[in-house]
Ligand binder design. Structure first.
Ligand code: ASP
Length: 600
């Protein structure tokens, strides 16, 4: 626990903190309040570890000194809340606890008041077992949050958000709140809807981000805005997603992409340095195409190698159908040189299964042997092709190569996914690789949506194209967009926005959004852009993920005070839950199927 204890005005409960019982208090009588962390009974002598937000201190109850307090001490159980008074003394040398900041001292209690009793907690706060299920932890989250690990995660998050606020305030940014009950904001996810009682048959949407409002604030002339904003996206939950989450949202006027990047490099290096990590700026930049080509990902982890090599040209015209056919249909063949590794047949089969899970039709494995390959498919490739493959992948004798063929975007994603799995399984990330930041730039403006047969905005429809926009060739347009990756995680993303109404309309048109639709969905933005909108741009960071990376925890749930489970529920409050008929009637809603009884 941290020992930086807040300033305190002495009152009936305490005149100091548990974590502050240090040398300067020795010999003094102190008053403390907190929770019974642990109780030990040593034949009449009772020891209590008393815990508050700042730490733990040992209390001792001597039967002959403590009088009635000693009696009370016998009845104490874990998590009782008590107020005590007593003198701070040095512990005997042999009982000093070097693991506790207060471990050289103890408080000899003479007075105690039990402020609140506690039932036996469903899991131990002290000596917490990692097997305690998440459901149980979330159901009793207020107890889970008492644990040291959770206390420090939540404190770290606070330090992070307050450092964000201080830095941005110092740079002249204004913190401005935007509505939670609003209209749909297009970030590409499904909206959470809230029925309106006063305007029957109408719905609010919860914001997927404050995107349109922050742009309007630029039109309003605030120039520099930020907000630590709650955002809501009704997506299918993946392991590390929450339906409601927090963004650090930033927007600036009269800037270009370089200005936004420079401000953000200052911000990130400041935040990390506040948390004890030094990161050099400027951060490297990589184009989207290079990231996809070399790492098969738009958020590449650059802490380890095993890059992807394009083998298409080596194999163009090959007799081997599995590769030749794909190349003829515009696809590509790519591979990873996985180095000197003796994998068993079962492990190799496992990699094929991995590739299939990632969407591949198959995966070829091969070991370099002499000038050729030891591989099931070696006999289908000519000596020249094999030599060409070895040289393209820089393979040395015995190196293991993994090769896949498919349409370019797909094979990139497959090998990118495989590269991540290899890194996990073979522990490829060096311990001391530190914090690796990289800007991904030069994004395509649009991506083709196969299912719907139309263009989608890769970021969002308000991102400005680079240079002139050619509506005849929307697929060629590049975006004034930048994402920041941190150790292979996309931590933030943003862009320069369109500030001219004609261009915004043209982009909507290219996205297949009709004038009517555009008018209905964000006519107010188009209108606002007509009244003198400054050039502007910004970015948003995922605060939960940011805090999780800093805390070194795997799940964002470990840095959110009250998170939802993977299925979007909250075991503590029972949300989401059925509502009664009257509430439904008030908002004019009838359910298609009656709700299940509450107990089911
Ligand atoms: N609104 C964007 C998002 O939520 C961020 C931005 O463009 O500033 O991803």
């Amino acid at each position: 626990m941290d020992t930086d204890a807040p300033a305190l005005s002495p009152n009936a409960f305490r005149d100091t903190w548990c974590g502050r019982v240090l040398a300067d208090k020795a010999g003094e009588v102190v008053r403390l309040s907190g929770w019974v962390h642990r109780r030990r009974d040593h034949g009449g002598l009772i020891f209590i570890d008393l815990r508050d937000r700042t730490g733990i201190v040992q209390l001792v109850f001597h039967p002959d000194e403590a009088g009635d307090a000693a009696e009370v001490a016998h009845s104490l159980r874990s998590e009782y809340v008590v107020t005590v008074s007593g003198r701070v003394v040095n512990r005997d040398q042999e009982t000093v606890n070097p693991d506790l900041p207060t471990g050289e001292f103890e408080v000899r209690v003479t007075e105690i008041e039990v402020v609140a009793e506690s039932e036996t907690p469903p899991f131990a706060i002290e000596g917490f077992q990692s097997e305690v299920g998440e459901e149980a932890r979330l159901k009793h989250r207020y107890l889970d949050l008492r644990r040291e690990q959770m206390q420090s995660a939540i404190k770290l998050r606070h330090r992070l958000t307050s450092a964000m606020r201080k830095f941005l305030d110092g740079e002249g940014f204004l913190e401005i709140e935007t509505p939670i009950l609003t209209n749909s904001t297009p970030e590409g996810a499904r909206d959470f809807l809230v029925p309106s009682r006063l305007q029957r048959n109408s719905f609010y949407a919860l914001p997927q981000s404050p995107q349109l409002f922050k742009q309007l604030l630029m039109v309003s002339g605030f120039e520099r805005y930020f907000q630590i904003a709650r955002c809501f996206r009704d997506e299918d939950l993946r392991a590390d997603r929450q339906p409601d989450f927090t963004q650090l949202d930033i927007e600036m006027s009269f800037v270009d992409g370089e200005d936004v990047i420079a401000l953000n490099e200052r911000l990130i290096s400041h935040l990390l340095s506040e948390m004890g990590h030094e990161v050099p700026v400027p951060f490297p930049r990589m184009s989207y195409d290079e990231a996809i080509g070399r790492f098969g990902s738009d958020k590449p982890d650059l802490r380890y190698g095993y890059e992807i090599t394009d083998l298409t040209e080596v194999l163009r015209g090959t007799e081997f159908k599995a590769f030749g056919g794909v190349i003829d249909s515009g696809g590509s063949v790519r591979g990873i040189n996985f180095g000197q590794r003796e994998l068993s047949r079962a492990q190799l089969d496992g990699l094929i299964d991995d590739a299939k899970e990632l969407g591949a039709k198959g995966l070829v494995w091969a070991f370099r042997e002499g000038d050729g390959w030891r591989a099931p498919i070696a006999k289908f490739l000519s000596a020249e092709e094999l030599a060409g493959l070895n040289s393209a992948m820089g393979a040395e004798e015995g190196d293991l190569m993994l090769v896949a063929a498919d349409q370019p975007a797909k094979v990139a994603a497959i090998l990118g996914g495989l590269r991540t799995r290899l890194a996990d399984r073979w522990d490829l990330i060096p311990e001391d690789s530190g914090n690796n930041f990289c800007w991904i730039v030069d994004w395509p403006l649009f991506e083709w949506n196969e299912d719907e047969e139309r263009w989608d905005a890769l970021h969002h429809p308000f991102t400005a194209p680079k240079g002139e926009f050619d509506p005849e060739n929307p697929g060629d347009a590049r975006a004034e967009a930048y994402d920041l990756t941190w150790n292979g995680v996309e931590i933030g993303g943003g862009s320069i926005r369109i500030h001219k109404p004609e261009l915004q309309s043209a982009i909507f048109k290219a996205l297949g959004i009709s004038d009517e639709d555009a008018e209905e969905r964000c006519g107010f933005l188009l209108e606002a852009l007509k009244y003198g909108a400054p050039p502007h741009g910004g970015i948003a960071y995922g605060v939960d993920r940011f805090a999780a990376l800093l805390a070194g925890v795997d799940s964002i749930r470990d840095v959110i005070a009250f998170p939802k489970t993977a299925s979007g529920g909250d075991p503590l409050t029972g949300a989401p839950s059925a509502v009664d008929d009257i509430q439904l009637r008030d908002v004019g809603i009838a359910l298609r199927k009656p709700p299940k009884p509450a107990s089911a």
